[in-house]
Design a protein around this ligand. Structure first.
Ligand SMILES: NC(=O)C1=CN([C@@H]2O[C@H](COP(=O)(O)OP(=O)(O)OC[C@H]3O[C@@H](n4cnc5c(N)ncnc54)[C@H](O)[C@@H]3O)[C@@H](O)[C@H]2O)[C@H](O)CC1
Length: 471
């Protein structure tokens, strides 16, 4: 039995193949065209919401040769019947015949580019049948309406739907109205960034296990390690931090701040910044001892390799960050490891260009996880958590203000605390990233922040999740 699309719970994304199979099964049980009508009605309603006033609004449809264009034409007919002035630009010799007839019957017109400037553009050029990139006439038609809000049908045309790559010209949408389920391009950058806001229309698909998922507040709340009445600091998990150096003592303080947000029972610190750590965190125990997980590498400099070897000798799970990532191949193959690279660190580890990792974030996160047998938390606007078994979660919390020095140190410590508290590396990485992004949104409140304030904002985010989960 498959699953219905997410409506408030875990956000799930499926591959084109999975969607086509589900659509095929449902179409076989419905009258001809029924699925497209469901899509078109949802699309028209979303465009109407965006317009506010439909009567007299000017709508331009950019129409491709397939069913994606059919959605746009049928939605245009619905808007025309409500008094909108709807014009279709056909970008191929072929166009969905029934949709075109419906548009004309409702008073819509077919025009060449260049009519009166519309209030909204509907991108029905390419959907899940599209190959990456756009033909010149599509690029010209889009340039003709530069600055007008674009509503993409299903996916922004020109993106690579199953990978999130955008290797050629593509649509940048104000809003993407998708059908049945999210696709990977809606959640994986760089394509996700081109989608704008996402609106999912349920068309009744019966879906298999998702190819990718994104935690929502309820999922994050359910993963939180909450102490029981008989727990104490040791049963709640002790997280060890080996971070900082003479050059970067602050990284030790920030990593310890992330580890010490209260999600584990105790924090131990080993390194050259003990005085600085003690001064900020009197609750941190300085010196080696038994831990349930080690966080290694933030600000580690040349000492990172040795710190990693010492931590690995304890045989406990490891969160490997920053300067220690380059040494991850020195670990035992069966070590339980979460690495937390940004694109540059992953590129160096895999000996590829940074730009290539940024262009294919999902591909490289998955490849590193499978090849190295570790869980990979590839940091970015939409951070990806990839497990060696192929599972992937994407983080949709966060703010551009989080691009600030030390934020990664806090994240590594936070993931280490969750790992020490008993979550798997996959759950610790994906939940840690989710909490980190949500805490940054709270600390930012729309403005600048520094990394230490992100750590301070984690407990209030956790309280909010628990209140909503328990209410
Ligand atoms: N299948 C259903 O029940 C439903 C589908 N919906 C909508 O249909 C599209 C998918 O439609 P499809 O006809 O399979 O493909 P596209 O419209 O995405 O592409 C059409 C066509 O375009 C050509 N093409 C591919 N790449 C390019 C390119 N870069 N430049 C120019 N032309 C290109 C190629 O020949 C394709 O076949 C789906 O997204 C939904 O919008 C309904 O919404 C739900 C029911």
């Amino acid at each position: 039995m498959g699953t219905r699309p997410d409506t408030g719970g875990m956000r799930r994304a499926h591959t084109v193949e999975q969607v086509r199979a589900a659509e095929g099964e449902l179409m076989a049980r419905l009258p001809e065209g029924a699925l497209m009508q469901r899509a078109a009605h949802g699309l028209a309603a979303a465009v109407a919401d965006l317009l506010g006033e439909v009567y007299g609004a000017r709508v331009r449809l950019l129409v491709g040769p397939g069913d994606n264009g059919g959605d746009a034409l049928w939605a245009g007919a619905l808007l025309a019947r409500r008094g909108a002035g709807v014009e279709a630009v056909l970008l191929s010799e072929k166009a969905h015949a029934e949709g075109l007839a419906a548009l004309r019957a409702a008073g819509g017109r077919v025009v060449d580019s260049g009519g009166a400037r519309p209030d909204v553009v509907v991108d029905g050029i390419l959907g899940i049948g599209g190959r990456p990139g756009l033909r010149e006439n599509a690029v010209a038609a889009l340039a003709d309406v530069a600055g007008v809000p674009v509503v993409a049908v299903d996916v922004p045309s020109g993106v690579e739907v199953d990978t999130g790559r955008v290797d050629g010209p593509h649509v940048r949408a104000h809003l993407t109205v998708t059908f049945g389920t999210h696709k990977l391009a809606h959640l994986v950058d760089p394509a996700a960034e081109a989608c704008g806001a996402l609106h999912l229309v349920d068309i009744g698909l019966d879906l298999p296990e998702a190819a990718l998922e994104a935690l929502q507040p309820a999922d994050a709340g359910a993963l939180l390690p909450v102490p029981g009445p008989f727990d104490h600091k040791y049963t709640r998990g002790v997280v060890g931090v080996r971070a900082g150096s003479e050059q970067y003592p602050g990284a030790a303080v920030l990593c310890t701040s992330g580890a010490g947000t209260g999600l584990a029972g105790m924090v131990r610190y080993v390194g050259s910044a003990a005085d600085q750590v003690r001064a900020v965190h009197p609750e941190v125990v300085v010196g080696a001892g038994r831990v349930q997980a080690w966080v290694v590498g933030s600000g580690g400099s040349e000492g990172a390799a040795e710190a990693l070897a010492e931590a690995a000798a304890d045989g406990v799970p490891l969160v490997v960050d920053a300067d220690a990532i380059a040494h991850v191949r020195s670990l035992e193959p069966d070590a339980d490891v979460l690495i937390t690279p940004h694109a540059g660190e992953l590129a160096a580890l895999l000996d590829v260009d940074r730009a290539e990792v940024e262009a294919d974030q999902l591909g490289y996160a998955r490849r590193a996880a499978a090849d190295l047998g570790v869980t990979v938390l590839l940091k970015g606007r939409h951070t990806l958590c990839a497990a060696p078994d192929g599972r992937v979660r994407v983080t949709t919390t966060g703010t551009p203000w989080l691009g600030t020095a030390g934020a990664g140190d806090v994240l590594a410590g936070l993931c280490g605390a969750l790992r020490a508290a008993g979550l798997s590396s996959y759950d610790a990485g994906s939940l840690g990233s989710w909490l980190h992004g949500a805490a940054a949104q709270l600390a930012s409140d729309g403005g600048p922040l520094v990394a230490a304030r992100v750590a301070d904002a984690v407990p209030p985010v956790v309280r909010g999740l628990l209140r909503s989960t328990l209410s």
